[in-house]
Design a binder for this molecule. Structure first.
Ligand code: COA
Length: 626
């Protein structure tokens, strides 16, 4: 082992990070009131204020719950982890595609023929194995925070979940199983999906991992086998695209048969799924590629060529539409990016060259997974397919690259790029709807043990003041007044960001208090039954920064029926936005939002330019003096 690798390994093993704090109760309640006041009607706010004050009063319920949370913090590595995981993912009954699983979209690849596409897939699989070896040996260098409060080491645990997790559907709640024991997690097979059939690809033969040539030859065999119409099984993968309760019920029907049980066990214990997709038949625009990653295009295209419960699904389309789809519960988008970048840097780093067939061992063909179907299961497959089709028809996606400037311009204004983009998103929404709405921005908690995320509530009172000065009251404000409001909005956003990444945001804390009250079998406290609380946990704008250093972008769906999912990737001189919404909702339109966003970014950029130009003009008195 090289010294560098040893250091990296030691770094991960000896990582002792602080525990996520429990914020002071009063601080959270005060912030909560500040976050919601301008988003609800005055009458409603008065009611909320009374409820919150009662909750937080000395000797009130809040104190009892807070005490329990502090005890929980002492007893656990991360007091909020399980509460958050259940609330954010496992209890959610919605289908994983679009509603929960994000995707990374790779640049469109050019494959002259199937053979070249399979070579790309073989190389990708080799890199996955290399990356997995680094993870298993705990040899990935420890990530260090960048941006705000840069320099602190970050928790690496999410990486260990990449190839060892499986999300089991449940009737009421799902179960996430993670095998963290590196010795036993030496899974030696992947699942390859091809033409809706599933194959077991052993990646080790006679104690030696397959090389690229051998993997390619196995993939070629898989492709051939998938074409055999007589051995074709129904598209069982479609079941995993369904609502979680529906899938759990279907799974119960499946496991009555041993053959199905065996096939499920092989998928569940695999390293990952590799989906060899048929050409989708669409222009490979950014938007269409994003759609194909998020839902596969339904049964008519590649929607059944997936197994959504598995954490990592690598998609290689024969038409060059490629990317990764992730089951989100075991890790955050940032970890998915690190893995994707490692793969892409090596897969596309050198030309896809011919591999020497002589270096390949003769291996027995991969095994096709077998299924037993009956009329009941056949009906379930049909129903799942219909529901996926509805989701496919409903997703309104618009991937937009803003080219006028990127984060370098924003930094030159001495402003935080993330804050600036959040402010622009608020202005865009205000332009569309004349009001602000509860907004979610994910903030990493990886500075803490087992840290995941908390929420930056970006629709602050300060940003409301700014967007009003830009939109409906635009003519009555001077540039310097608008600039002052912009700076105030950015300060509020940056302050909230710093609070969130240091564990002082309010969403996890309020969730913790609610969960403790449930554990104590209390009646649900008024604060959590209040209309304000419910409305402010309905995130019409769900946003997340997922930056990359390699050309690719992340996308995901809205989290509520009347909302937008907005993922952004700030680059030095441009910004990629993936905006999603649902066609069925008449209040939203991704194209309209994108248009407003473009205008907002241009207007704020112009304001900064005008203000900078005005500041550099000599004033009248200095001119007179000179
Ligand atoms: N003047 C000049 N430069 C500034 C500045 C200012 N006032 N404020 C910030 N910058 C610089 C930073 O130093 C940083 O520089 P770098 O690119 O050299 O590192 C850069 O601008 C970016 O900083 P900023 O835009 O403020 O944000 P950030 O990078 O700290 O990101 C969050 C903020 C909230 C996105 C980040 O903390 C986070 O939590 N990311 C994870 C989100 C996540 O989990 N997403 C996936 C969910 S699935």
């Amino acid at each position: 082992m090289s010294t560098l690798k040893k250091q990296a390994a030691r770094g991960q093993d000896s990582q002792v990070l602080p525990k996520v704090p429990v914020p002071p109760l009063k601080q959270t309640l005060d912030t909560y009131l500040k976050c919601v006041q301008h988003l609800v009607k005055d009458e409603q706010f008065k009611k909320t204020k009374t409820i919150v004050e009662k909750f937080g009063a000395p000797g009130g319920i809040g104190e009892v719950l807070q005490k329990k949370l502090l005890e929980r913090r002492d007893k656990t590595a991360n007091w909020v982890y399980d509460y958050w995981l259940e609330d954010m993912y496992l209890n959610n009954r919605l289908a994983l595609p679009v509603n929960s699983s994000p995707a990374m979209v790779f640049p469109k690849q050019t494959f002259r023929d199937h053979k070249i596409a399979l070579r790309f897939a073989a190389r990708l699989i080799r890199r996955v194995l290399e990356y997995k070896s680094l993870i298993d040996a705990r040899m990935l260098p420890v990530d260090v925070a960048r941006g705000q409060l840069a320099g602190t080491p970050l928790c690496m645990k999410q990486y260990y979940h990449l190839f060892t997790s499986y999300r089991y559907p449940g009737l009421k709640t799902d179960t996430l199983k993670v095998d963290m024991n590196t010795a036993s997690s030496t899974s030696e097979h992947m699942i390859v999906a091809c033409k809706n059939q599933f194959f077991m690809l052993d990646v080790v033969a006679n104690n030696k991992q397959l090389n690229e040539t051998e993997i390619l030859s196995q993939l070629e065999k898989i492709m051939k086998m998938s074409e055999n119409a007589e051995e074709k099984h129904p598209p069982f993968g479609i079941l995993t695209s369904d609502d979680r309760t529906e899938w759990a019920q279907a799974r119960e029907a499946l496991i009555k048969d041993q053959t199905n049980q065996d096939s499920l066990a092989l998928i569940e214990s695999s390293i990952c799924v590799v989906c060899l997709d048929e050409p989708c038949g669409l222009t490979p625009s950014d938007t269409n590629r994003a759609l194909m990653m998020l839902h596969g295009g339904g049964c008519e295209r590649n929607g059944a060529n997936r197994w959504y419960d598995k954490s990592m699904q690598f998609v290689v389309g024969m038409d060059g539409v490629c990317g990764v789809v992730c089951e989100h519960s075991p890790f955050e988008g940032i970890v998915m990016v690190q893995c994707s970048e490692f793969l892409m840097k090596h897969v596309t780093g050198s030309p896809l060259r011919m591999v020497q067939p002589s270096s390949a061992r003769a291996l027995s063909p991969p095994r096709r997974l077998l299924w037993k179907c009956n009329s009941h299961i056949q009906a379930l497959l049909g129903a799942s397919g219909d529901r996926l089709q509805r989701l496919v028809n409903n997703l309104d996606m618009d991937v937009f690259t803003f080219e006028t400037y990127g984060k370098e311009f924003i930094k030159k204004q001495k402003m935080s790029p993330d804050g600036f983009i959040q402010v622009a998103l608020q202005l865009a929404f205000y332009k569309c709807r004349g009001r602000l709405v509860p907004t979610y921005e994910s903030a990493s908690l990886r500075r803490f043990q087992e840290g995941r995320v908390d929420n930056i509530r970006s629709a602050t009172p300060d940003v409301l003041a700014f967007v009003k000065s830009m939109a409906d009251e635009g003519a009555t404000f001077t540039d310097s007044e608008k600039m002052k409001r912009l700076k105030d909005a950015l300060k509020a956003q940056t302050d909230y960001t710093i609070a969130a990444i240091t564990g002082m945001a309010i969403d996890n804390h309020l969730l913790g208090l609610l969960k403790v009250s449930k554990e104590l079998k209390m009646e649900r406290p008024d604060i959590f039954c209040d209309e304000t609380y419910l409305a402010n946990n309905h995130f019409i704008l769900s946003t997340s920064q997922v930056p990359t250093t390699v050309e690719m972008f992340c996308c995901y769906g809205p989290v509520v029926p009347n909302g937008y999912g907005t993922c952004y990737n700030p680059q030095p001189h441009h910004i990629v936005f993936s905006v999603s919404s649902f066609w069925e909702n008449t209040e939203t339109s991704s194209a309209v939002f994108v248009k407003a966003l473009n205008e907002s970014l241009l207007e704020i950029g112009d304001l900064c330019n005008r203000s900078a130009a005005a500041a550099s003009q000599p004033t009248e008195s200095s001119q007179a003096a000179s």
